[in-house]
Design a protein around this ligand. Structure first.
Ligand code: SF4
Length: 452
């Protein structure tokens, strides 16, 4: 999805000056690998180890990306394809990997995510897993598989696919096979929240919001602790935290599911799966970034829980509106280039428009690389760039500042603790944008400023 826009446009239509783009090769990709997204979800399930079915290099790359953003050790296993495996298939490697991982980690779950290579040679991982379980009846970990070839999607697609795979496989433990609609005792006071690819701080914010409603809930995935934990005395192979398997098993009992994504593939939508198989009503909404999106999030929570927004959040909303009054003169009318994953871009575009910033170009990376963004964007005269660290060269070449947010943040610390969601997250983003613009103006002024 790419959304170039004129100054006044609010639709997705292209401006007359935009040239048709052709994509022959990628130059400085604005997207990440699909299994990477799946691995993040898997690390957000308690006691779960991701197992990459493919070559060693894929797991190394994903670990490298994850570690540099989250600043935490991230164990990711691999079935370690070699030349012979690529020719004769990886069944034996996968079985050995499952044995080794089970022995070394004693995990509660193993999430198998396939790579470009294993998908290309047609590995039938679901069949392998059934065979493995038939041969190893005593296998303790729950096994599930996310099909994630990177040539079919980006990291956000892998993320959503892993959520679907986890829900599909683990809810089987609730009522048996989910081939038909299952009747499960519903609990009016239970809710499911499926999160998009957000920061650890965002997940903690979602926990705080859900806790304020005083109802049982399942937040999936939850890497707020596993990928942003405390200092340890000794290395922990499986850090504490994550969505409990038992809470995923309970998802069919909820009164409703909120899925913070409207870009998820409708055929692989975990909330729709729960609706179709267990009658749990599904609501897909955008990430709660900006007042409009956050209001919609609370309205949906209120509808499912039959409660009012807890007073504490009304206070935060009021504080945010006050900040908009204070800061609008610094950002109103400014022009931004926005990029990131599809969920992030859609929500951020709404937020930027809300604060008077014109998103002159919004790209989710699935169709546009950074070289094309650069070629396309210079004519729009942007004032700043907003997105992950991968846009640093873009911002340098355009000579405008970069407001870092989203994933990945490799060149600063604390990227995983940037708060984006809810009224407090919106306030944080708003202040970051205003302060970046003020700093840029201040630095460019010969005399400097003490008041702006
Ligand atoms: S080969 Fe595919 S799965 Fe492996 S790291 Fe590259 S994009 Fe990801």
């Amino acid at each position: 999805m790419t959304i170039p826009m004129t100054e006044n446009a609010v639709s997705d239509s292209q401006p007359p000056s935009a040239k048709p783009l052709s994509f022959v090769s990628t130059r400085n990709a604005c997207k990440l690998c699909s299994p990477l997204g799946a691995c993040i979800v898997m690390r957000g399930i308690e006691g779960c180890i991701p197992l990459i079915h493919g070559s060693q290099g894929c797991s190394t790359y994903i670990r490298r990306y994850g570690i540099s953003h989250f600043r935490e050790p991230i164990d990711i296993a691999s079935s370690n394809f070699v030349e012979a495996t690529a020719i004769f298939g990886g069944r034996d490697n996968l079985f050995r990997a499952l044995d080794n991982v089970t022995k070394q980690y004693q995990p509660t779950a193993i999430g198998v995510t396939s790579t470009c290579l294993s998908e290309t040679i047609g590995e039938n991982v679901p069949m392998y897993l059934r065979e493995y379980l038939a041969q190893n009846a005593q296998t303790k970990p729950v096994l599930f598989h996310a099909s994630t070839p990177s040539y079919r999607g980006t990291h956000i697609d892998g993320y959503h696919e892993a959520i679907y795979a986890a829900i599909e496989s683990i809810t089987e433990m609730n009522t048996g096979k989910n081939t038909e609609k299952n009747v499960v005792q519903k609990k009016a006071d239970r809710i499911n929240l499926i999160s998009g690819f957000v920061s650890a701080a965002d997940l903690r914010e979602l926990h705080e919001i859900l806790t304020s409603y005083r109802i049982p809930y399942t937040l999936l995935p939850d890497y707020s602790e596993t990928l942003d934990g405390v200092a340890w005395e000794d290395y922990q192979k499986l850090p504490e935290g994550g969505t409990k398997i038992v809470d995923i098993v309970s998802m069919p009992e909820a009164a409703g599911t909120i899925y913070l994504s409207k870009t998820v593939n409708p055929d692989r939508n975990g909330a729709v799966f729960l609706q179709d198989h267990f009658g749990v009503p599904a609501t897909n909404i955008d990430l709660p970034i900006g007042i409009e999106n956050t209001d919609r999030f609370f309205a949906t929570l209120n509808h499912i829980t039959k409660q009012k927004t807890p007073a504490v959040w009304e206070k935060h909303r009021g504080r945010l509106i006050d900040a908009y009054f204070d800061g609008h003169k610094y950002c109103s009318g400014k022009r931004a280039i926005l990029y990131g994953d599809a969920d992030f871009v859609v929500a951020m575009k709404c937020f930027l428009e809300e604060i008077g910033v014109v998103p002159v170009l919004a790209a989710d990376g699935a169709e546009m690389d950074f070289a094309t963004i650069l070629e396309t964007s210079s004519e729009f005269k942007p004032d700043f760039v907003i997105g992950n660290s991968k846009g640093v060269y873009l911002s340098r070449q355009l000579g405008i500042p970069l407001v870092r947010c989203g994933f990945p943040i490799h060149d600063r610390i604390g990227g995983h603790r940037i708060l984006h969601l809810g009224y407090r997250g919106t306030l944080n983003l708003f202040e970051r944008i205003c302060n970046t613009l003020m700093e840029t103006k201040q630095n460019a002024a010969p005399s400097g400023w003490t008041y702006i």
